[in-house]
Each structure stands twice: as structure tokens, then as C-alpha cells.
Design a protein around this ligand. Structure first.
Ligand SMILES: Cc1cc2nc3c(=O)[nH]c(=O)nc-3n(C[C@H](O)[C@H](O)[C@H](O)COP(=O)(O)OP(=O)(O)OC[C@H]3O[C@@H](n4cnc5c(N)ncnc54)[C@H](O)[C@@H]3O)c2cc1C
Length: 170
């Protein structure tokens, strides 16, 4: 931010390459602090909020978008079932049920990303040594890497099954 716009563009172009052609600025640059932001609640009246509107995570380990997609899948699955049974898709009880099904995933993913940031942004030598040992161990134990990857991809938990749902006539 302290350099000129031309210097910024040149550095960005060098880092990114020409995959998108010549980069230009379409608006003045702005700086945003990258931080964890959570909405106080997911539901109000007949509305629920999902994705980044409810959880803005640290951009580490590719978790934010995946978590948002799991919100979408869960909500779509529940909406289809509720509608298929002819029930109100905006009722407080129904939306509250959706909120309850998502809370654990939100809590775990937020704790995971927040802990990673705290662990890797700390200058303590002891922590640095522990980090290096942990990363080296992951590299040498493929099974541990697989387990961590499955958790990071959201595949370790049960995802909604879209098959065999009741149908409505109208
Ligand atoms: C630097 C960075 C790196 C990231 N890297 C990764 C990654 O590698 N993997 C990963 O999984 N996630 C990553 N994320 C997180 C990911 O980008 C978000 O989780 C994801 O984009 C959230 O999608 P969303 O649709 O919920 O919200 P958004 O992408 O924020 O989309 C919301 C949209 O709504 C529009 N909007 C807002 N208000 C209004 C309004 N009033 N009227 C109309 N439109 C409106 C906005 O313009 C925006 O287009 C990263 C995030 C950052 C900041």
C-alpha cells in the first residue's frame, strides 16, 4: 500500500505472470485485515444466512469455500425433504433444525483454521520446532496425511444423501 500503483502492478504482474494478460487497476487499492468474523446467529425470522455471510474464516487450508458448500448441501437437502412432505420451509422450528445440524461443523472448522493461524504466526522457538516436527511427521506418515486431507476436504463427515426423497404432486 505504501508504494505507487505502478510499482504495485509491476510486482503483481511479476508474481502472477500473464495468465490473465496485462493486469490493470479498475479501482483504487484497499487493504483489508484478514481475520475471523462470525455472525452472532445464523437464523432470524424466516431467514437463514450461509457461507461467508455467517462465517468468514482465515484464508488458510482451503476451508472457507468448502464450509460454505456444506452449508448449501445441507440446506438444500433439508429444504427438499421439508417441501416434499408439504411442510413450511420457513418455519422457525425447521430453520432452527438446520442451524443445529451445521453448528458442529462450523465450530470444528473455525477452531481448526484459527489454531493453524495461531500456531504458524507465533515466533516462539519451541512452537516452531513443534511445527517442523509435525510437518515432517505428516510427510513420513501417509496414513496421517490422508486422514488430515479427508478432514480438510470435509469428506470425513456424513454428507446429506440426495437420493430417495418423498415427492409432492404440486
Ligand atoms: C485471500 C483469500 C483466499 C481464500 N482462499 C480460499 C481457498 O483456497 N479455498 C477455499 O475454500 N476458500 C478460500 N477462501 C474463502 C472463500 O473465498 C470464501 O469462503 C467464499 O468465497 C465464500 O463464498 P460466498 O458465496 O459465501 O461469499 P462471497 O464469495 O463473499 O460472495 C458474496 C457475494 O455477494 C455479493 N454481495 C454482497 N452484498 C450484496 C448485496 N447487498 N447485494 C448484492 N450482492 C451482494 C458480493 O459482492 C459477493 O459477490 C479465501 C478467501 C480469501 C479472502
Amino acid at each position: 500500500m505504501s508504494g505507487s500503483e505502478d510499482d504495485f502492478l509491476e510486482t503483481l504482474q511479476q508474481c502472477f505472470g500473464y495468465r490473465l494478460g496485462q493486469l490493470t487497476l479498475t479501482a483504487p487499492r484497499r487493504a483489508f485485515p484478514v481475520s475471523l468474523i462470525r455472525a452472532d446467529r445464523m437464523q432470524s425470522g424466516r431467514a437463514v444466512i450461509i457461507g461467508n455471510a455467517v462465517h468468514q474464516l482465515h484464508p488458510v487450508a482451503g476451508q472457507g469455500f468448502n464450509l460454505g458448500l456444506r452449508d448449501v448441501v445441507q440446506l438444500a437437502d433439508m429444504l427438499l425433504k421439508q417441501h416434499g412432505q408439504g411442510e413450511d420451509i420457513g418455519s422457525a422450528t425447521f430453520l432452527n433444525d438446520y442451524v443445529k445440524t451445521r453448528e458442529q461443523d462450523h465450530r470444528q472448522t473455525i477452531t481448526f483454521t484459527d489454531t493453524l493461524v495461531k500456531l504458524f504466526s507465533n515466533d516462539s522457538l519451541a512452537l516452531a520446532a513443534a511445527r517442523n516436527i509435525g510437518l515432517a511427521a505428516l510427510d513420513h506418515v501417509p496414513a496421517a496425511k490422508t486422514i488430515l486431507s479427508r478432514h480438510a476436504m470435509g469428506l470425513a463427515q456424513r454428507l446429506p444423501n440426495f437420493g430417495n426423497r418423498p415427492q409432492r404432486d404440486n
